[in-house]
Design a protein around this ligand. Structure first.
Ligand code: HEM
Length: 100
């Protein structure tokens, strides 16, 4: 015997289940070179975007590893990001924020 299980794998259903991450998962990616954020119920890997963000890094990097909905909504300056920014944000989405 090879040790490999002979039990049949459960049948796959055609339901698409998106990945889910907790805030604890997000918190493990809290640096500029590995930066996740939770924004409005979704989790994003923004590592590749940080060098493109049109501010100095110190404006956005503090939100790496955090729940950043309010920061995104207000830019911490009381003004929202553009619809183009929100479209761009969607391209970095990993999955849903899980849990309470
Ligand atoms: C969550 C923390 C963030 C903060 C505090 C923040 C803050 C800012 C600030 C201060 C500006 C300069 C323009 C202005 O002052 O109005 C800006 C512009 C911009 N940011 Fe962010 N940002 C954040 C996250 C993001 C993310 C996650 C994206 C997209 C992936 C993004 C995309 C952009 C874009 C495209 C602009 C150009 C102006 C616009 O389209 O609204 N930002 N942001």
């Amino acid at each position: 015997a090879t040790g490999t299980s002979t039990a049949p794998a459960p049948a796959k259903t055609p339901v698409v289940t998106e990945k889910r991450y907790t805030l604890a998962d997000v918190a493990r990616h809290a640096v500029e070179t590995d930066c996740w954020m939770a924004i409005d119920g979704s989790v994003y890997d923004l590592t590749a975007y940080l060098p493109e963000h049109p501010t100095r890094p110190s404006v956005i990097v503090p939100w790496c590893g955090k729940e950043a909905s309010e920061a995104y909504r207000t830019k911490t300056k009381g003004r929202p990001h553009s619809p183009e920014a929100t479209q761009l944000l969607a391209t970095y989405r990993l999955g849903a924020l899980a849990g309470p």
